[in-house]
Design a protein around this ligand. Sequence first.
Ligand code: FE
Length: 348
Amino acid sequence: MRRNFLIFLIISLLGMTGAAVMSGTAPQEVNLYSYRQPFLINPVLDEFTRRTGIKVNVVYAKKGMLEKLKAAGANTPADVVLTVDIGRLNELKKAGLLQPVRSAVLENNIPAHLRHPDGLWFGLTTRARIALVSKNRVKPDALKTYADLADPKFRGRICMRSGKHPYNVALIASVIAHEGEEGAEKWLRGVKANLARKPQGNDRAQAKAIYEGVCDIGIANTYYMGKMATNEKKPEQKKWAEAVRVVFLNQGGRGNHINISGAAVTRNAKNQVHAVKLIEFLSGDFAQKIYASQNFEYPAKAEVAIDPLVRSWGDFKADTVSLEKIATLRATASRLVDKVRFNEGPGS
Ligand code: FE
């Protein structure tokens, strides 16, 4: 009996070794470094594993992704990075931490303007940086362009978060792209003069300030409007959302500034094939629907429906200036913020 079991065990072990050799030595796993939050990513990763059998080891990072990846060098445990903002993707690219990917699935799912030409990064969603205006105190059509934000008629009526936050740096970079550095500086000085208070808080805090009557106009990313309007855990945020109206800017001209969330394969990825499979899955219908419905973002994949609440704000024309250009102008934008002392607020 015991001998039969021993033989069985040996045969089983040999079989397993054979299978391992046949399938290659790569383990069925992929390591993901994510700036995106667990509530959004976990259901997607679970489904990916269910469909492919590939396990995803995920590390959630808030800050220091670049530093950690640089420090790890060739020993990086991360195969895929998932992040928001073109600036972060570009920093990884510039540091030589990404590798080019060719994939028919990705090229089919993601429009060319939302991915790097050599496949160094792939945009998965877009978000527009819009104006939120007081429903009661700002007449329809009073504010139509980014240039209007600098118009003296809005003196003391605008709220913004820090000019150094990546979302605002990218917005200012887009103004530089269209109007040059001098034009952007003049504009930024005008916006600063119109501030109701020193830049502070996050995007949602600007809607709160409008609700409280501190100011009449704020700048925020579209999805925050959706998140406030549906916030059951913090119902006070529904009131902030109710107090404001979404205004897409520059609709008669260059279009509203947009940014992306995206993914990339690391240069030293040990599970390269699985890494590409994961990003392909993130660009597919299942994941794109979750981005749209759970986080109120615009799916990169054109065929995936936009959330009804997001659709209720209307269609908009997006600024098509290249994200690469935005990324390269970020340093200049950040310098302008310092130069005009934007974060010191009005009257400084
Ligand atoms: Fe955000």
